[in-house]
Ligand binder design. Structure first.
Ligand code: 5AD
Ligand code: SF4
Length: 439
């Protein structure tokens, strides 16, 4: 039996996609292996979001050349966003990749493999308006048996001026609501305790069925009711689509996690305009106020970018002030990286010098570290429901899990096991972790 190894880069969507790929190829008789050395087929599921991400993957491909040296028949394939972006350019350097498949081409992987075995360049980067891999039950080869991802929509129609995703993942399309419910129920039956519903922009989910449409708040409610004993998360939300309706549904069900990832990108309305984000600083702050009003116990996390085209010091200051005004629990923080093909790359010069970007990023990170420290300190004395994930690697003899707010909680206990929900009282904290004891 031939063996398959997959390495996944980039976002959680890619983690979910790799599981779909593993499922498709399993049906073809390819068994997944953790050990790259015994693989007959190696796939890298890739990311194009920043230049740095792509550079790392090129490095990895070069390393894999050594593995190929001793193995004539080894197939190396590049799948996902980078394959979609670079297409047949990937075959220009001989012996780097045998297969290139974009995010909507995974069903053709079996035939691409055949072509690769015939020593042909196997390429499929056709984007689809409808593909959602709806009925494919992912083969979750590498999760912990406790938390799983379920993809509910694909693609993106927002065209933020800096972003490659609409070009690599194509137009927005939503997955059949019933197939989502079925998959989540199956997960519950298999003993999973937590599911994260995934999409580039989950809150623009909209599925039409026999003249009736299911919106994201409606889907979320259906999922909450279908698996009352599972904790349900979702990501990522676009601020422009974050409705009060959604917040009310989240407030209504205890099993909907009280966590909202709400990428802001910048605190400056003028930068947001250049980014084509379709909201202002004020709109964003109004959405945060709605979260605080309707879901006071929710944590809010974000993505922030600095050094976008023409960004001034004053605009950077607005980002820092917005961060403080919101009080994010955590954030992913980046320097702007120009991506070929985007509107920004055509019309907006990448003109903030790299040393300035670095300085701004460091200032953003410093502010966020302080905010995380403060937000976590506010949790001291409170009790949270924690889903136990396993033993803590850092703190031997202690358990590690996550709260509904998606914070890591470490605590000592006897008589608990991974997959248990336990109540933990927080006794101390740092910017990264809460520590406590069973309440
Ligand atoms: N440069 C830097 N960061 C980017 N992101 C998206 N595109 C770029 C880019 N060109 C960031 C955004 C997004 C996160 C997934 O990656 O913050 O929310
Ligand atoms: Fe990377 Fe974006 Fe593609 Fe995810 S969707 S893999 S973050 S480029």
């Amino acid at each position: 039996m031939k063996k398959l190894h997959i390495e996944t880069y980039g976002c959680q969507m890619n983690v979910a996609d790799s599981e779909v790929v593993a499922s498709i190829l399993k049906k073809e008789g390819l068994e997944y292996t953790k050990d790259i050395n015994e693989a007959d087929v190696i796939l890298l599921n890739t990311c194009s979001i920043r230049e740095h991400a792509e550079n790392k993957i090129f490095q990895r491909l070069n390393e894999l050349k050594k593995l190929r040296a001793g193995k004539e028949d080894l197939i190396v394939g590049l799948i996902g966003c980078m394959a979609e972006r670079l297409k047949d350019k990937l075959f220009e350097k001989k012996g780097l990749v045998d297969i290139a498949a974009g995010p909507d081409s995974y069903r053709s992987l079996p035939s691409l493999l055949e072509q690769a075995y015939e020593k042909k360049n196997a390429l499929d980067v056709e984007l689809s308006l409808t593909e959602t891999y709806s009925e494919i039950f992912p083969y979750r080869y590498d999760d912990n048996g406790i938390s799983a991802f379920v993809s509910i929509m694909r693609g993106c129609n927002n065209f933020c001026s800096y972003c490659i995703v609409p070009y690599t993942r194509g137009r927005e399309r939503s997955r059949d609501a019933q197939s989502i419910i079925d998959e989540v129920k199956q997960l519950a039956t298999k003993g999973y305790k937590e599911v994260t519903l995934l999409g580039q922009n989950v809150n623009s989910y909209s599925y039409e069925n026999e003249g009736q449409s299911v919106t994201f708040p409606q889907l979320l409610e259906q999922v909450a009711l279908a698996v009352p004993n599972m904790r349900i998360r979702f990501t990522t939300s676009h601020p422009k689509d974050l409705s009060d309706d959604l917040l009310y549904v989240m407030a209504k069900y205890d099993n909907l996690a009280k966590w909202i990832h709400l990428p802001v990108q910048s605190g400056s309305t003028t930068v947001l305009q250049r980014m084509n984000r379709r909201y202002t600083r004020e709109w964003y702050l109004d959405r945060v106020a709605a979260i605080r009003r309707i879901l006071p116990e929710a944590s809010i996390t974000t993505d922030i970018m600095c050094g976008f085209s023409d960004e001034t010091e004053a605009e950077q200051e607005e980002t820092l002030s917005l961060m403080k005004e919101v009080g994010y629990d955590t954030a992913f923080m980046f320097k702007y990286s120009e991506r070929e093909g985007t509107v920004a790359s055509k019309r907006m010069p990448d003109n903030v010098p790299d040393d300035v970007k670095t300085k701004r990023l460091n200032d953003i990170i410093a502010v966020q570290n302080e905010l995380s420290r403060m937000k976590n300190a506010e949790d001291e004395g409170k009790v949270f429901e924690v889903l136990v994930e396993g033993v803590s690697k850092k703190d031997e003899g202690e358990w590690k899990g996550r709260s509904s707010q998606n914070k890591t909680v470490v605590f000592p206990a006897n008589n608990v096991k991974p997959g248990d929900f336990v109540k933990v009282k927080i006794l101390s904290s740092s910017s990264a972790t809460l520590r406590g004891e069973i309440a």
